[in-house]
Design a protein around this ligand. Sequence first.
Ligand code: ATP
Ligand code: MG
Length: 440
Amino acid sequence: MRLSRYFMPILKENPKEAEIVSHRLMLRAGMIRQQSQGIYSWLPLGKRVLDKVNAIIRDEQNRAGAIELSMPTLQSAELWQESGRYDAYGKEMLRIKDRQDRPMLYGPTNEEMVTDIFRSSVKSYKDLPLNLYHIQLKFRDEIRPRFGTMRSREFMMKDAYSFDLTREAAEHSYNKMFAAYLRTFDRLGLRAIPMRADTGPIGGKLSHEFIILADTGESEVFCHKDFVDFDIPGAHTDFDSVEGLQAIFDKWTSLYAATSEMHDEAAFNAVPEGDRLSARGIEVGHIFYFGTKYSEPMGAKVQGPDGKEHFVHMGSYGIGPTRLVPAIIEASHDDNGIIWPASVAPFDIVVINMKAGDQACDDTFELIYAALSKAGKDVLYDDTDDRAGTKFATADLIGVPVQIIAGPRAVANGEVEVKDRKTGARETMTIEAAINRFVA
Ligand code: ATP
Ligand code: MG
């Protein structure tokens, strides 16, 4: 991508409305724009990061055996009347009437709809287990939307829903998502700790929130500090192994970890003082097992091996991609801007031509840009006629992991400088060596 032809509206000034660093940096880097309170457009740079986050989430959901579909944002109130949540849900639900005066709503979550899909076609235990997910916009009319996309009214959620014949089978489905979440957050460059959680309006029996420790987090959390160094399940984890996944779950729940709603002071005090971590955190994922809470009122049942009909046991599993992007920034930035983990960076490399319009510089950078692009790298080429200082500041702000920089003097020597955004380390090398480093 040539910066001169891209759309990346950088802000020079610090936006006054932003209270936390991630919100400030997302606005300054031109990643998002607020359209009305708590409702955002994702501008091209932000959209690139969001897509990469979603690709990792999708990859790990698929690995764990979940199947992607797509459900609509607008739902009929009827389904919610069946489950009893239409009245129970309160003011966070945006209620709408269509032209026939039928009550509709903008979905805050999808348990009812997916249960309806399930009951319309699954009739036998032989079709279980089943886990269906989508990555879709949700709307919750939050009383206090704030911190940019961290707590917005319209936001994106990956929500998965599992269906099983028995409680034991449902626990295995729960454990699959538990392990998939550990892997997902790790690949996003985050350390998320599963904490026992309240089941809230989704209702249920077993529930964990995945929390990232951050000073700006809205949750107050308490946990054993060893979680910070626990091993993440590997890429070859066997998601069909009941014992294997139970062992992962048991290990990751063996030490104290709870949010303030579930906090047990006495149990926490039993943790040796030096091992206690009491901190603030950001909830990036939340999983629930809730048994037959929806399948009973909505009549979702299958024939079991005993020939009888059984209400299915369900769970739901949410991750917030539009919250994860700012959460990653909270965890990874410095005074100059964002520092993206390579896995979600909007571009792999930014190449900075310090003197666009200079023939030798232009020729050299065209060559570098073409070679890296051909090798499959996502390259941002700063070919604008901005001052070098402005270019450096922009590159640091948008947080691309690698910068390749040169002006007329370096180009005359056949050299470029390669800068690592995270460490700030710079290395001078030949143009060929720089290309080979990233093409090899
Ligand atoms: P919170 O406690 O932060 O209000 P929640 O418990 O109501 O969230 P869940 O129903 O558990 O949210 O939703 C699953 C995930 O969706 C959350 O873990 C979070 O990552 C994301 N999410 C929920 N609400 C919002 C929001 N208003 N803005 C952005 N992401 C959200
Ligand atoms: Mg939650």
